[in-house]
Design a protein around this ligand. Structure first.
Ligand code: ADP
Length: 168
């Protein structure tokens, strides 16, 4: 059985993430979306919220489930019996960072392969951070995230007294 993990902070899960997960589910017998419990990023949503958004979004994918991890990605891959780490590439700007991470992971465990999937052309501009900026500046994020995430973002950000000034 071929197993892959798809790690990330998913703060929050977007349609770009979902598209990568759907495609990985066709390439592997089982896909585990690995949600980073905590990393260098301060997350807007806590772990339980981020997990619930993903579970809601992947309900149509029978060979996909989620795991939580807090240390090395390759360690989780080993624990899950996964042979591959899935990452998405949107633009050349992703490439340098992703290549470095893939090289470190290869150094840590040479049997685990990183598999890159190119973002769908319609989703290359979507990132969790862009969505947070657009939403907190009062813009529409409809169609970029699931309705569950959209509602949660509106609730979370409606409490902000000052609207954030974004680049958009
Ligand atoms: P991390 O905090 O590890 O960067 P993210 O949650 O931001 O995690 O993203 C997880 C993975 O999904 C990364 O490989 C990222 O490049 C990819 N990704 C994010 N948004 C998109 C998108 N719109 N299309 C394709 N891949 C994406």
């Amino acid at each position: 059985m071929s197993i892959a993990i798809y790690p990330g902070s998913f703060d929050p899960f977007t349609v770009g993430h979902l598209h990568i997960a759907e495609r990985a589910c066709r390439l592997f017998d089982r896909l585990i979306i690995a949600v980073a419990e905590q990393n260098y990023k301060n997350t807007l949503f806590n772990l339980e919220e981020r997990k619930s958004f993903i579970l809601d979004a992947i309900s149509h994918l029978p060979n996909c489930d989620i795991a939580v991890y807090q240390d090395l990605t390759v360690k989780l891959a080993r624990q899950c019996g996964a042979s591959a780490i899935i990452r998405g590439l949107r633009a050349i700007s992703d490439y340098e960072y992703e290549m470095q991470v893939a090289a470190v992971n290869k150094h840590l465990d040479e049997e685990i392969e990183t598999v890159f999937l190119m973002a769908n052309a319609d989703y290359t501009f979507i990132s969790s951070s862009t969505i947070k900026q657009v939403c907190s500046a009062g813009g529409s994020i409809s169609g970029l995230v699931t309705p569950m995430v959209e509602n949660a973002m509106r609730k979370k950000l409606s409490g902000s007294v000052n609207r954030t000034v974004s680049n958009f």
